[in-house]
Design a protein around this ligand. Structure first.
Ligand SMILES: *[C@@H]1O[C@H](CO)[C@@H](O)[C@H](O)[C@H]1NC(C)=O
Ligand SMILES: *[C@@H]1O[C@H](CO)[C@@H](O)[C@H](O)[C@H]1NC(C)=O
Length: 491
């Protein structure tokens, strides 16, 4: 395997401890029996793909390119993190060479043609284009040339590029000099970088993803320290990082909308990863609330500001209350000004969704005195059903029905936006050296099948378009009759 596994960090491989984010729950077999996905081999049951449905595969720069210090590329925080030899990464692996993709443009495009995909998503390395991260410090021409050639090679093969601007590999100098995503200035540097990319590649690239899975970047980079830059600023750093990422996203979208859209006619969105959170006991309101909280702290954290103009109310409430209980005069969750809210709202032309697995969620009240942390703020526990098939990573279980539920949730929460599934799939089992990936075929079939299912929206529409007005009309009628009776009895 050449692909650098971000998930290969030692934290992901440790045995489950009390503090681990999810616990193994021995769910009663009733749940397992009624909700277990069917694993039998079979074809797709839910019809065919609609016209215009597109299949693609994807990668990211740090995980595949290699050539980490070649042709003028500056270091990224991931180069530094993997080079530090402090046991940051399982097996002390680096991505200095990875798939050597920097030198394999023609081979990679040939492989994509063989796969018959129509779209390929990849990310640009910010420090390959801007070695210090700052546009004013100089552009690396060889970096521009590399991506330009790659885009041309894709288009010559009729493969549409979907380009991610930032997939975690922040220029190291922005981290060292300014504190990286802890500093709001990084949003400006990002916006300058984004404009450079629109300018250089936007004549050919029509699908832009500003950030890929910024939640993991914030949580693992600034809360747990399992990912670069390896900071453990519990309960504060991740919210600040996310706050600046959201601003950076909005700035890049506006820059595209104001300067480039009219000429280039492309789309700019964000890609958010989230697992589905299912209440352990669907008849327990506390579990239902906890599962909702799980989703809002995961997807809503980024999607709500972008689609509705602010953080989810439940995040503001919980983090605000905990912060006060911890003796702080301000919430650890930063606040958007009114101006910022309207600036950020509506800045995604599509919603990119990354999805892999599902958790059962139950409420757990953590005392605030345990100190600030993301875990403490959410007041919940994540569990897995031991009957779920597990795949190549400890966190990854195949639970196709969770995917349908997440799609429904995203559709209804964010006003039925166009959704691109930007990540889904099953990681390699380490011991599997041959083509023994029947389990992966099952996983992909199961998840694809759920995507094909009739959206729940039609049911929701019945609810909102027929039920709600009917109930309202009935209420008004009853109120009118009661009022008449009351007036009559009075007169
Ligand atoms: C944030 O970045 C700016 C440069 O854009 C710098 O002047 C400032 O000192 C940085 N703040 C921190 C706390 O590092
Ligand atoms: C996007 O650009 C168009 C055309 O310039 C403009 O009319 C519109 O107001 C912009 N949208 C936002 C939200 O700024």
């Amino acid at each position: 395997m050449c692909f650098f596994r971000y998930g290969g960090e030692p934290g992901a491989m440790k045995p489950v401890k009390a503090v681990t984010l999810w616990w193994v729950l021995l769910l009663v077999s009733r749940l397992g029996a009624t909700r277990k996905e069917s694993l039998e081999e079979g074809s797709f049951y839910y019809g065919t793909f609609p016209l215009g449905f597109t299949w693609g595969v994807g990668s990211s720069a740090f995980q595949t390119e290699g050539a980490w210090d070649q042709d003028g590329k500056g270091p990224s925080i991931w180069d530094t993190f993997t080079h530090s030899r402090k046991g940051n990464v399982l097996g002390e692996e680096t991505a200095d060479v990875a798939c050597n993709g920097y030198y394999k443009v023609q081979e990679d495009v040939a492989l994509l043609r063989e796969l018959h995909v129509s779209h390929y998503r990849f990310s640009l390395s910010w420090p390959r284009l801007l070695p210090t991260g700052v546009r004013a410090d100089g552009v690396n021409k060889k970096g521009i040339q590399f991506y330009s050639d790659f885009i041309d090679a894709l288009l010559n093969s009729n493969i549409t590029p979907i380009v991610t601007l930032h997939h975690w590999d922040l220029p190291q100098l922005l981290q060292v000099n300014y504190g990286g995503w802890q500093n709001v200035s990084t949003a400006n540097y990002f916006s300058d970088y984004a404009s450079l990319c629109f300018e250089a590649f936007g004549d050919r690239v029509k699908h832009w993803v500003t950030f890929s899975d910024p939640r993991t970047m914030a949580e693992k980079g600034y809360e747990t320290g399992h990912h670069a830059p390896g900071l453990k600023l519990h309960g504060t750093g991740l919210y600040k990082a996310a706050h600046h990422v959201i601003k950076a996203h909005a700035q890049a979208w506006h820059s595209y909308n104001n300067t480039w859209r009219s000429k280039q006619q492309g789309l700019v969105g964000i890609s958010l990863n989230c697992d589905w959170g299912e209440p352990v006991d669907i008849s327990n309101p506390k579990d239902i609330e906890a599962a909702e909280r799980y989703l809002q702290f995961c997807l809503g954290w980024f999607a709500n500001p972008i689609y509705a103009g602010d953080y989810p109310q439940v995040m503001k409430d919980h983090i605000g209350r905990k912060s006060a209980e911890q003796g702080l005069d301000m919430s650890r969750l930063p606040v958007f000004s009114l101006q910022e809210k309207s600036y950020i709202k509506g800045t995604s032309d599509f919603l990119g969704l990354g999805h892999f697995t599902t958790r059962y969620i139950t409420e757990r009240n953590y005392p605030s005195r345990q100190g600030p942390s993301y875990q403490n703020d959410r007041d919940l526990v994540e569990l897995v059903d031991p009957n779920w098939p597990d795949l190549g990573s400890k966190w990854l279980h195949s639970v196709p029905w969770g995917f349908r539920r997440l799609l429904n949730f995203a559709q209804t929460q964010y006003g039925n936006p166009p959704i691109y599934v930007t990540e889904n799939g099953a990681s390699q089992k380490l011991h599997c050296t041959q083509l023994c990936d029947e389990w992966r075929i099952q996983y992909l079939k199961g998840y694809t099948n759920e995507m094909l299912k009739e959206p729940f929206l039609s049911y929701m529409q019945i609810m909102t378009e027929i039920m709600v007005p009917t109930v309202c009309t009935l209420c008004i009628l009853i109120a009118a009759v009661l009022l008449m009776l009351l007036l009559r009895s009075l007169s």
